[in-house]
Design a protein around this ligand. Structure first.
Ligand code: HEM
Length: 439
């Protein structure tokens, strides 16, 4: 895609290295990579995710120097990190909030892909690798949440490993194998720690493949129109290095606001109570970023079907590139599809809301002090979860398959440059036409 390399080694050492390991050439070529000139700030989330991943790995390695993966010592070792280790509180809060921030970024990154059709041909493999990353992120975050060995850690591990046990034939042996015994206990904590340490490096490896798969077809862009000529692109550096750095800077301000002003805001008070297998918490909930799946699991009355629905919710995203039949890539030119996507986002939020509530009570927020329980005779929370689950799958299967048959897209521009150059901001005051691109 990037064509010939512009790198010319200047010194003897550079020439020597270039014929043995052309790593400088590789870096320069990445910087020169022709990138569509109209990428907006939604395209900075890939870089933001890279920053998040590195932050998680660095803080995680430091935490692992002080954490003890033993069922009787784990909880206290986390308190030791918080109280005695120099800046241990900071490292831990960055790591715990960093996981949530990374999910925030990944959901924005994925919805950006949905809106601009970045998963469509020829970027299917890029999307598939993204989904592998997402799945690994879910597993890693789940195992990480178990490590402090608080009440919520223990019971979340118990609930999730137990639901795997409902799979026919393979379920029970898988659960025993995961537990390393006959209940969630010390061996479970040990293997979760081991895997929680390993998986981020696997994620990093898949990210390398993800970026490789991005560099073959090149970036999509807000118009969804393919790059037609060199005039449609700019070199990645310095244009997008600066834009990504600015985006990451703004994101880090939000991140810091959580770490310094509300570090436990996204956590659960029960996780400051040591794990106790004899006392079940009143209300077992996962972290916010997994709540929609939890709502789906509980929406289905049959346990096995609930598990399959939950896995199906992630599974269907893997095949999205083959479900979407639209010829137009970007939703900028698909007003009807845009409405459906907005409804899909709303569905995910409602499912998240349902996942956070007790299934046996209908809850109406904002009435009276805090929450008011209303007895409708039917369970609104569960029925809302069922409707949400139905709408979730409806958007990803029939809407993708059939909406393109009925919708009338807006005219799509000839090239990326057409809408860029016709934008009033691209024409300097007094000029009659847009400036020519230099170089
Ligand atoms: C650790 C997690 C991830 C990292 C570090 C990462 C990194 C990146 C980077 C650097 C880019 C190029 C810049 C950009 O378009 O924002 C990119 C593009 C892309 N990513 Fe990811 N990504 C991650 C997760 C995901 C996930 C979970 C998905 C979806 C399932 C995904 C789908 C895509 C797609 C479709 C593109 C192409 C965007 C375009 O050109 O329009 N990524 N990713």
């Amino acid at each position: 895609m990037s064509g010939h390399s512009t790198y010319e080694p200047k010194t003897g050492i550079e020439r020597w290295l270039d014929t043995r390991l052309p790593i400088i050439r590789f870096g320069v070529d990445l910087g020169d990579f022709p990138t569509p000139k109209n990428l907006n700030y939604w395209w900075t989330f890939g870089a933001i995710l890279g920053v998040c991943l590195v932050t998680q790995i660095v803080t995680g390695i430091i935490l692992a120097m002080h954490y003890v993966p033993n069922a009787t010592l784990a909880f206290d070792s986390v308190e030791h990190i918080m109280r005695d280790v120099n800046y241990g509180w900071l490292i831990r809060y960055i790591h715990a909030n960093g996981a949530a921030m990374m999910f925030l970024a990944v959901y924005i990154h994925m919805f950006r892909g949905l809106y601009y059709g970045s998963y469509k041909a020829p970027r299917e493999v890029l999307w598939l690798l993204g989904m592998v990353i997402y799945l690994l992120m879910v597993i890693t975050a789940f195992m990480g949440y178990v490590l402090p060995w608080g009440q919520m850690s223990f019971w979340a591990a118990t609930v999730i490993t137990n639901i795997l046990g409902s799979l026919p034939v393979v379920g029970p042996p898988i659960t025993t194998w995961l537990w390393g015994g006959f209940a969630v206990d010390d061996p479970t904590l040990n293997r979760f720690f081991s895997l929680h340490y390993l998986l981020p490096f696997v994620i990093a490896g898949v990210v390398v493949l993800h970026i490789w798969a991005l560099h073959v077809p090149g970036n999509n862009n807000p118009t969804g129109v393919n790059v037609k000529s060199e005039a449609d692109t700019v070199p990645f550096h310095p244009y997008y290095t600066i834009k990504d750095a600015f985006g990451a800077g703004v994101f880090l301000i939000l991140f810091a606001a959580f770490v310094f002003y509300n570090p436990d805001g996204m956590g659960h008070a029960d996780n400051y109570v040591p794990a106790n297998p004899l006392v079940t918490p009143a209300h077992i909930v996962p972290e916010w970023y997994l709540l929609p799946y939890y709502a789906m699991l509980r929406a289905v009355p049959n346990k096995l079907l609930g598990v399959l629905t939950m896995f199906g919710a992630i599974g269907v995203l893997f095949v999205l590139p083959w479900l979407d039949r639209s010829k137009v890539r970007s939703m900028r030119y698909r007003p009807t599809a845009r409405i459906f996507l907005a409804l899909f986002l709303l569905t995910c939020l409602v499912l998240g809301w349902c996942g956070a509530h007790e299934p046996d009570a209908a809850v109406i927020p904002g009435v009276g002090p805090g929450f008011v329980l209303v007895d409708y005779g039917i369970n609104t929370d569960v029925w809302l979860s069922r409707l949400g689950t139905l709408l979730y799958f409806a958007y990803l299967i029939p809407v993708q398959l059939f909406l393109p048959l009925f919708e009338t897209p807006l005219p799509v521009p000839e090239s990326i440059s057409t809408p860029v150059l016709s934008h009033p901001a691209s024409v300097p005051a007094g000029a009659t036409s847009a400036p020519e691109k230099k170089g």
